[in-house]
Design a protein around this ligand. Structure first.
Ligand code: AHM
Ligand code: MG
Length: 330
């Protein structure tokens, strides 16, 4: 019988890609490369658990809440453990902050890097078999060594990120990351246990026709935000909203679009976290030629004051984000 699938040529693995591009890093000692490899390894373990979620008893709520008051899912907790362990072993990081942990996790005091992570984003979608993701940011600490100082080493602006990325556990699993030299995407081949370069030099179309927002909240958005939503409807744009930021962002990055989670009358700073969600995706968006704003200005220029600070987010195709800013500020 004739083989109906087209075999792709053996591609570049993530490991080889990281190694080949190591000299692009500002401080190319190999430690940042190792951190990226550790994150990739942990994501393979999480991927295995996510893909078995219907079969083994890891779906559903832990019955506990994280510090932001959200219900923790078992998989949230597991993913947090997997990434924390993977990043502890190598000694490259001095601190880890996570959406699932109240305070920072003290790692190796000689480590040069600080990691911010949302181990499992879109967690309300776990039980219903919808795409979820992991989001991470890597910063270089400012103090030379010793116990990291939260206000100095950890609470850095997004503009200080040295790397950022996400893993999308979807119809296939993808890892997308940047170190400030463009954005590259890798698809996981489960039978080989490897990520392969599948989306080199990713760019976001400058304009698009998709808008992604929780429209059920329009009554609590500002007039300016609603003006932009009416603008999208007038233009007959397509509404697409999964409720998993990574999945919504990834689709819009490939096809052109905008994702918005504005402030609401209840949540004055919106829902998303600056350090775990907004900054990482903002870095990727900008590196792909897109834009990320909090409605007033560039997300990556915001000075964080708190580990779990929230921020409104408008992100995606540059022309769409600029149009949204224009109407919000009018
Ligand atoms: P989480 O980190 O607790 O999963 O929350 C973040 C998620 C995003 O992935 C998603 O875009 C948003 O919350 C959906 O929120 P809502 O249900 O209010 O539309
Ligand atoms: Mg999240």
């Amino acid at each position: 019988m004739e083989e109906s699938r087209i075999a792709l040529p053996i591609g570049v693995t993530l490991d080889r890609f990281i190694k080949n591009n190591q000299e692009q890093f500002q401080f190319s000692t190999g430690e940042l490369s190792q951190l990226l490899r550790d994150i990739a390894l942990a994501s393979k373990v999480v991927n295995r658990e996510v893909s078995k979620a219907g079969l083994i008893d890891i779906m559903g709520s832990m019955g506990s809440q994280n510090m932001a008051g959200d219900q923790q899912q078992k998989l949230d907790v597991l993913a947090n453990i997997r990434f924390t362990r993977a990043l502890t072993k190598g000694g490259e990081a001095c601190a880890l902050i996570s959406e699932e942990s109240e305070t920072y996790v003290d790692l190796n005091n000689d480590g040069k890097y600080v990691i911010a992570i949302d181990p499992l984003d879109g967690s309300s979608n776990i039980d219903v078999n919808v795409s979820i993701g992991t989001i991470f940011s890597i910063y270089r600490r400012k103090s030379p060594a010793g116990q990291p100082i939260q206000s100095f080493d950890i609470l850095q602006k997004g503009a200080a990120q040295v790397a950022a990325g996400y893993i999308l556990y979807g119809s296939s699993t993808m890892l997308v990351y940047t170190t400030g030299h463009g954005v590259n995407g890798f698809t996981y081949e489960p039978s080989l246990g490897e990520y392969f370069l599948s989306h080199p030099n990713m760019t976001i179309p400058a304009n698009g026709t998709i808008y992604s927002v929780n429209e059920g909240l329009t009554n609590s958005f500002s007039e300016g935000v609603n003006k932009y939503i009416y603008y999208c409807k007038d233009k007959k744009y397509t509404a697409r909203y999964i409720g998993s930021l990574v999945a919504d962002f990834h689709r819009n990055m490939l096809k052109g679009g905008i994702y918005l989670y504005p402030a609401t009358s209840k949540d004055k700073n919106g829902k998303l976290r600056l350090m775990y969600e907004c900054n990482a995706l903002a870095f990727i968006a900008e590196q792909a030629g897109g834009k990320a704003s909090d409605g007033k200005g560039r997300i990556m220029d915001v000075s964080p004051l708190d580990l779990h600070q929230r921020s409104p987010l408008f992100i995606g195709s540059v022309q769409m984000v600029e149009q949204a800013e224009l109407l919000i500020q009018s």
